[in-house]
Design a protein around this ligand. Structure first.
Ligand SMILES: Nc1ncnc2c1ncn2[C@@H]1O[C@H](COP(=O)(O)OP(=O)(O)OP(=O)(O)O)[C@@H](O)[C@H]1O
Length: 573
């Protein structure tokens, strides 16, 4: 894991080296002050050497200014390395997410994913910057002060260093405990974010059901769990800090008493005693820095582990010799297709065989949950089939690149997703290079242009988050307009008109009729009146395809379709 983490420094190596170099100089600057102080007490003051006092004073001022400059570079460029690594990782994880299969998003909560991308990467950035710097400066100060301390009084220095393993043992033991505690806080904050995202996205439903207090209870559960995890993590941190504090204080005490005794018996001068005390503090600084480093390491590494979990999730793989299908005619065949959503789960589609000729309209009807939507989602390879084959124009869809396959397919769903932005942005999503005229033409074909013209800001109207400022029918027509721009040869209309009133339905139906001209169209419908003119109607049940035929043929069959049609007709009359 550490090796993998280090590899992210590579592109920022020059800046990182500058940061480390400046940190080294800043650390070395600190080593002068105790020596000069000792010399002042032992030599310059007793010998009344005013000149040397002033010279060394001026030299110290120079050293302090140099240290300030070095610290500025460390603070500024060091943090730059951290945030640049963070930005690169964020870009990488975002790009990787675009390649993850639908099943990943079916099983992971949006808020939890966002938590990984935002919170975890922030901690990683802190570790990336402060971690190596703390470790490096500590090493320099540790070695530097040790070398000086040993020249002042070797016996006392060896005694003090003998206490270091106790400090290290304590730190390592506590580190593991803190690591587990901080990892748990990451898991819990991801839950808080997931609950937040869910509640905010569903705020209208919550209000409609007057379930605000239920939402609060739900949220406070994850909030409490996070609080508990955080409190436990702080407890381990408190134990660690106070334990380390006590041990370093004891170390100070040993130096004070031991050094005082050495001074008392004339083994060292008063100036050397002062110098020794100051160097011991310099020597304790790296220990404090290492404590900070351990904390950053816990936070950063638990974040990095979670980052790697997503990065290691397998992307949608493409066969190396996959073809780029520039334009498909749209002859679709299902050949003995079996599909299951989850491993060891029940098959949603079992041994389904079906042929859809290019340019024809095929409608799928049947009971809820029989797999109509699933069947349509297999064509653009949103999910991979377990058995059998789906071909388009005689080519197995697995032999085509997903991008080229999906470029040839357009989907209109009942539950339209629009992006936060303007009407123009959302229509242009169908073809990012479309001109203004093409956008307006698509809007006219989708029967939405007249409505847009009545708006004060026209195509620049901001439609709110997910198009919240538009009606269901307007959203639907916008989604159709973007398909006019995309103009794919294969269309999937998944209950596109089922939730609309008659007038809107007619407006959308006429737009869809125009859109589906000369295209292979697969329609999933509950209202059978909308699919009477389909070239083929497929009745799907949980047992597979129950019957196929035209509207008239199926009515004459007196099978499931006829029953469904009669029941809907009775309900209407
Ligand atoms: N992403 C998913 N993960 C797991 N199971 C799923 C998923 N999507 C659908 N299912 C299951 O697959 C079955 C078929 O669902 P599908 O949406 O294809 O049915 P449908 O015929 O389109 O239903 P409806 O007419 O109600 O829209 C259902 O039992 C459903 O619970």
């Amino acid at each position: 894991m550490i090796k993998r983490f280090i590899s992210y420094y590579k592109p920022h190596l020059p800046l990182f080296c500058l940061d480390m170099f400046c940190a080294l100089i800043a650390a070395l600057c600190d080593l002068f002050f105790p020596t000069i102080t000792g010399d002042m007490i032992d030599k310059y003051i007793p010998n009344r050497q005013l000149n040397l006092m002033l010279i060394w004073g001026a030299a110290l001022l120079g050293i302090f200014i140099l240290k300030a400059c070095m610290n500025y570079i460390v603070q500024y460029y060091g943090h730059c390395v951290g945030v640049r690594m963070q930005a690169a990782m964020r870009k990488e994880i975002f790009s990787h997410m675009q390649t993850l299969p639908f099943s990943f998003f079916d099983t992971h909560k949006t808020g939890a994913i966002m938590s990984r991308i935002v919170n975890d990467l922030m901690e990683i950035s802190e570790l990336a910057h402060h971690g190596p710097e703390n470790l490096f400066i500590s090493a320099i100060m540790f070695i530097g002060s040790f070398c000086i301390l040993i020249t002042i009084n070797p016996i006392l220095t060896v005694c003090i260093f003998a206490l270091i393993p106790i400090l290290l043992l304590f730190a390592i033991k506590m580190r593991k405990r803190m690591g587990r505690a901080f990892k748990q806080t990451r898991v819990e904050i991801a839950e808080v974010n997931a609950d937040l995202e869910n509640s905010i996205a569903g705020i209208r439903v919550a209000k409609a059901f007057t379930n605000a207090s239920h939402e609060e209870r739900k949220f406070s559960k994850s909030n409490r769990a996070f609080l508990k995890a955080r409190e436990f993590a702080y407890r381990t941190m408190g134990e660690f800090h106070s334990g380390m504090g006590l041990l370093t204080d004891i170390l100070n005490l040993v130096v004070l008493v031991g050094g005082g005794l050495c001074c008392f018996y004339g083994m060292i001068t008063t100036g050397e005693f002062f110098k020794y005390m100051l160097y011991i503090n310099l020597f304790l600084t790296p220990i404090r820095r290492i404590i900070d480093f351990i904390e950053q390491l816990q936070n950063g590494m638990s974040g990095f582990e979670r980052y790697c979990e997503i990065m290691d999730t397998k992307s949608e793989t493409e066969s190396p010799d996959a073809l780029d299908a520039a334009h498909l005619d749209g002859n679709i065949t299902f050949d003995d297709v079996t599909f299951t959503y989850e491993e060891d789960g029940a098959a949603v589609l079992s041994h389904v065989s079906l042929s859809v000729p290019a340019g024809k309209t095929v409608a799928f009807v049947g009971p809820s949950g029989s797999g109509k939507t699933t069947l349509c989602h297999l064509i653009p390879r949103f999910y991979e089939i377990d058995d059998g084959a789906i071909t388009i124009d005689g080519m197995d869809i697995r032999s085509l690149t997903r991008d080229s396959l999906r470029r040839n397919i357009g989907i209109v769903q009942q539950d339209v997703f629009l992006f936060t932005g303007t009407i123009r942005d959302n229509i242009a999503y169908g073809n990012l290079d479309a001109s203004e005229e093409e956008i307006i033409h698509a809007a006219k074909l989708a029967n939405i242009h007249d409505f847009v013209s009545t708006l004060p800001d026209g195509y620049d109207t901001f439609i709110g988050e997910r198009g919240v400022k538009l009606s269901g029918g307007q959203k639907q027509r916008l989604s159709i307009a973007r398909l006019f721009l995309k103009n794919p040869p294969i269309l999937i209309l998944d209950e596109a008109t089922s939730a609309l009133d008659n007038a809107t339905e007619q407006m959308i139906q006429s737009a869809l009729d125009t859109l589906s001209q000369n295209k292979t169209t697969l329609v999933v419908a509950h209202r059978l009146s909308t699919i009477k003119n389909a070239d083929l109607i497929v009745v799907l049940t949980s047992n597979g395809i129950e019957e196929t035929g035209t509207h008239e043929e199926l009515l004459q069959n007196h099978g499931l379709y006829a029953q469904l049609y009669e029941s809907q007709f009775k309900n209407l009359s």
